[in-house]
Design a protein around this ligand. Structure first.
Ligand SMILES: Nc1ncnc2c1ncn2[C@@H]1O[C@H](COP(=O)(O)OP(=O)(O)O)[C@@H](O)[C@H]1O
Ligand SMILES: [Mg+2]
Length: 320
């Protein structure tokens, strides 16, 4: 986009020359008109002023052959500087992502290795009981699930990055049943009070991809769990009007500042990395947004630092 003030840089030299010529002659005419009213200068000074005025005619050429390349050079240098800064930023984000990903992968891998060793009869605690075996296998399963989720998230983001839509398998299903299933599943793992309120106006069925909306709910409720204190209440509310079903996940957690909220849907973005015990790759919200938008839905975040967060997404209930 060309700024108004840069428009002069895009004029051809002959146009500039004609414009300057017109300006010089206008000034000359004005001077001639005013001459009878002006005090008489010495002829030398008048000749000098005339020469100065006429010398203005070289300005367009100076401008075109000297100032314009100079300004173009400055522009190019600025552009390169911006590109270098962008590359540096991408590099920093990439390095941060690699170290976060390595950390995120190490924890479940270490858990799987540890429990597999314990399962062996020759392991550090010797023969184990059936109850212990069950517990260890549960831990191994949970860690494998975690690894699977990391791989799925990375694949989703790389697909979104390459401009592909998320493949949806929409079917006419009950959102109420899905909400109950997800809330029940997550309640078992969390030390929070999960409350589900489904308004009676919710349509029996409408078209959506239940695996993907399960993933959206899992991510949003998962975040609410991760970023709010144990024993606090997390509310999931579903309401509907004629066109849309609106689902809100509200927590009483750490919340986010306005700047953090503005970046929450960026991939790899993590607002608060001070607490390293809270894991995550910063991919969940960007995937959630893509899934909701691929359903022709919308998503908004409202949050107050230190008070809590509400994430509300809506899905169309009538497909065309
Ligand atoms: N409910 C929430 N409360 C506070 N902060 C949140 C909440 N949801 C998301 N965030 C912030 O947004 C960031 C991005 O979220 P997300 O993409 O799900 O990544 P992750 O959970 O892997 O860190 C999180 O790291 C966190 O800082
Ligand atoms: Mg998350």
């Amino acid at each position: 986009m060309t700024h108004k003030k840069d428009a002069i840089f895009h004029l051809k030299p002959h146009v500039l020359f004609v414009m300057t010529l017109a300006a010089v002659f206008s000034v000359e005419l004005l001077v001639m008109f005013l001459l009878p009213f002006l005090p008489r200068f010495s002829p030398v000074i008048e000749a000098f002023l005339d020469a100065c005025l006429l010398s203005l005619l070289v300005v367009p050429f100076l401008f075109y052959f000297f100032l314009k390349p100079l300004s173009r050079n400055i522009e190019l240098r600025k552009q390169k500087e911006i590109e270098r800064n962008n590359l540096q930023e991408i590099d920093t984000i990439k390095n941060e992502f690699i170290s976060t990903a390595a950390h995120e992968l190490r924890t479940p891998v270490a858990t799987i290795m540890g429990y597999t060793e314990l399962l062996s009869d020759h392991g550090p605690i010797g023969p184990i009981s059936d109850v212990q075996r069950g517990e260890f296998l549960d831990e191994i399963y949970a860690s494998s699930e975690r690894l699977n989720k990391i791989v799925d998230d990375v694949l989703d983001v790389s697909r979104i990055e390459s401009g592909q839509k998320i493949a949806l398998n929409k079917q006419s299903l009950s959102i109420k049943q899905l909400l109950e299933k997800v809330v029940k599943r997550l309640s078992l793992k969390a030390s929070h009070h999960l409350v589900l309120e489904v308004s009676p106006g919710i349509p029996e069925r409408f078209d959506f991809d239940d695996d993907r909306i399960d993933q959206v709910l899992g991510n949003l409720i998962g975040n609410a769990i991760k970023y709010s204190p144990e024993q606090s209440t997390i509310t999931v509310v579903a309401v509907a009007d004629a066109d849309r079903c609106k689902i809100t996940v509200a927590d009483q957690g750490i919340g986010m500042s306005a700047e953090q909220q503005a970046r929450v849907f960026e991939k790899f973005y993590r607002a608060d990395t001070s607490d390293t015990s809270v894991g995550g790759l910063g991919l969940g919200m960007s995937i959630v947004k893509q899934i909701v938008e691929d359903h022709d839905g919308t998503i908004v975040v409202e949050s107050v630092l230190g008070e809590g967060t509400r994430v509300c997404f809506s899905l169309p209930v009538q497909q065309d």
